[in-house]
Design a protein around this ligand. Structure first.
Ligand code: HEM
Length: 481
């Protein structure tokens, strides 16, 4: 209780179980975890404390305070709160479940590599456009009278997976190697299937002693993904050694090339210890899993909204036709400054899709003051992204899908932070924005879309879980223009 008094306001916490009863009650009453956060925000303000059992957890639900904390004072919040089992399984490697010097170096390297792929040589745009063309050819090949009905969630999963794979290891998923895609998806699904919040919070010794099967399943699942996506990298090392593959320092073709070139340079000079094959495998695995579901989910959620709002599709198409001379060319990133309505729609899609109901937690590494509250080192905080996106003080009628809000008030676009904020924000933001813009824009330029048999729901299918899941059961009819 003494500690509570020093923290930002929140519901009164019970010993040991903290605010879990209130959280469960408000989630039940408001029909989801995100509306429960909005309830706490309205009651206690934009910065509020929820005790998850014996741990206080501070949520920040407005842009200004998040900017102040995670950008202006960002160096204090670089550490992610890591589930003990992830710490043990990844052994400090990778990007998502790592902290410290190895994470920092891998993050710097990854961001620089992605930037080099996007700037000047434009590898990123080329790969995305190539992917869209190929997938549209497949759609057209199966069309009857110019119409194809597809399970759009599966279509986007394959399209995004293929694009990411091409960027990371240089291989698209075509008919002959699509089983590889389904194998990776299967590994990811299997890991998600049995993994629960329980596995995240209990100490590893406890899992090993009392639930050895759960522990082994998680460890083996994580290693299987890293090994599988890492095997292309291992083959490439062998090919480089045998002279079958030449690494071009000036022109790395994908992420693996860039990493191997850097690893060689670092190893020669006794450089940074982060450049090892093990590290590469975990980074690849993290980029694959963090980049795939997030982007595919956003596209699925976006198309669910679009078929429910044909007037929005019409407005986007009018804009695109005008800019591309009646669809005589593809939409490219260079058009972004002119496609105001498409940009507004993507922002509104991301605000609704808001893929994490509960964002990752950060741990402060020194004492800080937030909104006048003096916090000790080691407090757990988060930019509660989903809560910001439904904040009624910022987004009036937040439940409504209304791209116009970003046209009427251009500054509003800066208030959404779907990629998080600060030192642990998304490293794939640029890739994701490129994917969303080019995929959405070029598909709507080529096809009209209609619901098939039923309108997809736009509601979160798992409103009590930590991630948002769109309706994946519906199908969409793509009609060639
Ligand atoms: C629409 C698509 C995407 C969304 C909405 C999204 C969102 C996010 C969010 C909210 C975080 C956590 C931020 C935090 O902890 O505060 C994150 C982290 C991350 N994302 Fe993304 N992401 C997307 C696509 C991608 C892509 C395409 C990649 C890579 C290819 C990627 C790689 C990562 C990685 C590696 C992290 C961890 C960064 C770190 O801890 O340093 N994401 N993303």
């Amino acid at each position: 209780y003494q500690k509570s008094r020093k923290l930002p306001p929140g519901p009164i916490a019970f010993p040991l179980i903290g605010n879990i009863p209130q959280l469960v009650y408000q989630a039940w009453r408001n029909k989801g975890i995100v509306p429960a956060f909005e309830h706490f925000r309205k009651t206690y303000g934009n910065v509020f404390t929820i005790w998850m059992g014996p741990f206080p957890h501070i949520s920040i639900a407005d842009y200004e305070t998040n900017h102040e904390v995670f950008v202006k004072n960002g160096n204090r919040y670089k550490q992610r709160f890591l589930a003990p089992i992830f710490e043990e399984c990844n052994e400090g490697h990778g990007l998502v479940f790592a902290n410290g010097e190895i994470w920092a170096e891998m993050r710097r390297f990854t961001m620089l590599t992605f930037r080099n792929m996007g700037v000047g040589r434009d590898i990123m745009q080329e790969r995305v456009l190539e992917e869209i063309d190929a997938r549209c050819d497949e759609l057209d090949a199966t069309a009857v009278n110019g119409q194809t009905v597809i399970q759009h969630s599966e279509f986007f999963e394959l399209m995004v997976g293929s694009m990411i794979n091409s960027l990371l290891v240089g291989k698209r998923f075509e008919a002959h190697n699509q089983p590889e895609f389904f194998h990776i998806r299967h590994l990811l699904d299997k890991l998600n299937e049995f993994f629960t919040i329980f596995d995240m919070i209990v100490p590893v010794w406890f899992l090993k002693k009392f639930f050895p099967k759960r522990y082994e399943a998680t460890r083996d699942g994580m290693n299987a993904i890293a090994d599988y996506v890492g095997k292309v990298a291992e083959q490439r090392v062998k090919d480089v050694k045998s002279g079958k593959y030449i690494l071009d320092e000036e022109n790395p073709k994908d992420f693996v090339d860039a990493f191997l070139i850097k690893m060689e340079q670092e190893n020669k000079n006794g450089g940074h210890p982060a450049y090892t094959m093990k590290s590469l495998k975990f980074v690849l695995s993290d980029l694959w899993s963090a980049g795939h579901d997030t982007t595919a989910t956003t596209l699925t959620s976006g198309f669910n909204q679009l078929v429910n709002h044909p007037e929005v599709v019409r407005k986007i198409r009018n804009e695109l036709m005008r800019i591309t001379d009646n669809g005589s060319r593809r939409l490219t990133l260079q058009d972004r400054t002119e496609t105001h309505y498409l940009n507004a729609t993507i922002a509104e899609i991301q605000r609704h899709a808001s893929i994490l109901n509960v964002n990752f937690w950060k741990v402060s590494d020194s004492p800080t003051t937030i909104n006048g509250y003096q916090l000790d080192s080691g407090e757990i905080l988060t930019a509660q992204v989903s809560a910001i996106h439904v904040n009624e003080d910022i987004f009036k009628d937040a439940g409504k899908f209304d791209p116009e809000r970003f046209i009427e008030n251009e500054k509003l676009i800066h208030q959404i932070i779907p990629f998080g904020i600060g030192k642990r924000s998304c490293v794939g933001e640029n890739i994701a924005r490129t994917n969303l813009y080019l995929m959405l824009g070029n598909l709507l330029l080529r096809y009209d879309i209609q619901p098939h048999e039923k309108l997809p729901s736009t509601a979160d299918q798992l409103p009590f879980s930590s991630a948002k899941i769109p309706d994946k059961s519906a199908k969409i009819q793509f009609i060639k223009l």
